[in-house]
Design a protein around this ligand. Sequence first.
Ligand SMILES: Nc1ncnc2c1ncn2[C@@H]1O[C@H](COP(=O)(O)OP(=O)(O)OP(=O)(O)O)[C@@H](O)[C@H]1O
Ligand SMILES: [Mg+2]
Length: 270
Amino acid sequence: MTTGLESRTGAPARAQAQRGGARAQAGAVVVRELALAYDSPSRADAGVQALADVSLSARGGQLLAVVGPSGCGKTTLLELLCGLRAPQSGSITAPAAVLMPQRDLLLPWLDALDNAALALRIAGCARAHARERAAELFLELGLQGFERSRPHELSGGMRQRVAFVRTLLSGKALLCLDEPFGALDALTRADMQRWLERALAREPRTVVLVTHDVEEAIVLADRVAVLSPRPGRVVAQLEVELERPRSPGDPAVIALRGRALHALAQGAAA
Ligand SMILES: Nc1ncnc2c1ncn2[C@@H]1O[C@H](COP(=O)(O)OP(=O)(O)OP(=O)(O)O)[C@@H](O)[C@H]1O
Ligand SMILES: [Mg+2]
């Protein structure tokens, strides 16, 4: 099925988004010359150009990390990939996608397990079965014992992990993760990174991972796109062809981290 987002939203005719079509079947993501400006009535000027001329791609099953300074349009890019916004111009080819938002958006009236099982429930899965599947992942992510806790009874890091389980259980071919490990302490973060790698090895998906942490990007990604300050443009795309699991102390990881930081600095100076 191919869905032109512009037909739903009235975006300019040049903007295109293809979802689940033949070209997207292998899970590939291809973004070409993407631009998006927000109307901003609260600002004196015409609005905010969030993204300008963004082109990037990932093959099916690859993990593409996106790094860039705050406000450069990373969340906007993920929302475009998931079809939650229509591009102003440019094109997106992507399979059906799910977004793990920067804020966890758990429902306060559901317990942790029901929150995690939500995507399965919406897909028509019986509650008991959905909770069973979520419970397996709770065990792996160190959330066991908190299945019946409400979101306000969980720490920030725990809430993030519940949201992460919910994202994985959606079964979508493309996972768009917006700072998924941002609220975690360094040790839990490293554990989650290893766990994500194992989960993807077991059940490959295409992943677009937004992170502020350049080291995390190099440790996890097949490819890293570095964005400039707003309006976000791709200033570098680095291929990370290193064996997994990778260690932050590995000289090859340190060298690539240096290249990504250099690209970030150059983008900021341009
Ligand atoms: N709904 C909106 N309406 C108007 N402007 C917006 C909206 N969402 C984002 N923006 C603006 O677009 C720009 C990009 O925002 P975005 O949230 O995509 O950045 P980001 O790279 O994800 O930042 P951060 O790293 O801080 O999360 C910012 O200048 C922001 O003010
Ligand atoms: Mg953001």
